[in-house]
Design a protein around this ligand. Structure first.
Ligand code: KG4
Ligand code: ZN
Length: 340
């Protein structure tokens, strides 16, 4: 039997300090996440300076807990994988510096992982049968990408957002209707009590780039609707606004994904990223995939939002390809998917 490859993975690109131990890319032995959400909630969004400071305070504890939970020590680890972009530069640097220190001290291979590649790879953890090629819709707080995964670690970006990311739109609309941060889970919850057909919000498409997304017009339409209600002295139904906004996002994401399935002839579709935990999106995608006899893959909610297990999964496939980074690895805040 071939040797098990145990990867210690570190993620600190935004407001979660996370570490995990993952064996052969799919077997998660520990997945520790220290969330800073409560700290940032009072400011209505992530404050980069606070995020970096908290990562520095937490990272050693989180790594130790990940090792302890997996019942291993650094002597058992074969490689260190770390998110090096995209994300907040000060936040990324904490994880990158830590990973470099461990790699240097323990003479372990260092693998820099693209954060989006991590999100996509979260699907490998619970779906042992999933293998490329497939289409993946990655929708998070910072990114909206429609990607053709041609092989492990090989991507063809079919479409991306032109302005706001899907999760960003959720967060901004939630703030506008008084739900607070983080908006996605709150809109998801309250939408269950609202009528998604109550208000017709736009579903944007870009004629010459049909796979691209644009959510800023939708966000403005919601803000205009709220302003109009205010000017007329009328109150609005929070749940109806949330549900109608969410329906518009879900329709656009589903239509784009289905168009990609049709045009590429692929029969496997995965979703990933924080917004992939949205109840309505999962349900709609599931139904459309069933109708079209497409195999649909989605991670558990804890693996959709930022975590290090997904970085361990992606890191393993990079490791297998022989990808290694040197101690000059730096944080790259605007790293493009497919770049190394
Ligand atoms: O992937 P993630 O944890 O971080 C980034 O890489 O950006 O995604 C966070 C985003 C936030 O915008 C959050 O509001 C959104 O994912 N989100 C959701 C849900 N849960 C998290 N959006 C819609 N419905 C949800 N249930
Ligand atoms: Zn993320």
């Amino acid at each position: 039997m071939s040797k098990e490859i145990k990867i210690l993975a570190i993620e600190s690109s935004c407001d979660e300090t996370a570490a995990a131990v993952v064996v052969n890319g799919r077997d998660v032995r520990s997945n520790i996440i220290s969330s800073q959400i409560d700290l940032h909630t009072v400011y209505g969004g992530v404050v980069p300076e606070i995020a970096s400071r908290k990562h520095v305070e937490n990272i050693n504890y989180v790594i130790q807990e990940a090792l302890d939970t997996a019942s291993v020590t650094l002597s058992d680890i074969d490689a260190v994988a770390v998110t090096y972009g995209p994300g907040l530069v000060g936040a990324l640097l904490v994880g990158v510096a830590e990973a470099k220190a461990i790699s240097y001290a323990r003479k372990l291979p260092l693998i820099g992982v693209h954060h989006i590649e991590g999100h996509i790879s979260a699907n490998y953890i619970e779906h042992k049968d999933l293998e490329p090629p497939y289409i993946c819709l990655v929708v998070s707080g910072g990114h909206s990408h429609l990607v053709k995964v041609t092989d492990y670690g090989e991507y063809e970006v079919l479409g991306r957002t032109r302005d706001d990311a899907a999760g960003e739109a959720f967060d901004k609309v939630a703030r506008a209707i008084g739900l607070g941060y983080p908006g996605g889970p709150k809109i998801d919850k309250i939408s269950g009590k609202g009528n998604p057909q109550a208000i017709t919000f736009p579903r944007a498409s870009i004629a010459e780039h049909p796979y691209d997304f644009s959510f800023s017009g939708l966000k403005s339409a919601v803000l205009n609707y709220l302003n109009q209600c205010e000017m007329k002295g009328e109150s609005y139904n929070q749940a109806d606004v949330a549900a109608s906004f969410q329906q518009s996002v879900v329709d656009v994401l589903t239509e784009h994904a289905m168009m990609a399935m049709e045009e590429t002839g692929m029969k496997k579709l995965a979703i990933a990223g924080g917004v992939a935990s949205n109840t309505a999106l999962r349900q709609t995608m599931k139904e459309r995939c069933r109708e079209k006899e497409i195999d649909f893959y989605y991670p558990s909610p804890i693996l959709c939002t930022d975590n290090a297990a997904m970085i361990g999964a992606a890191g393993y496939y990079e490791y297998r390809k022989g990808i290694r980074h040197g101690l000059d690895l730096n944080a790259v805040p605007n790293l493009k998917l497919g770049e190394r």
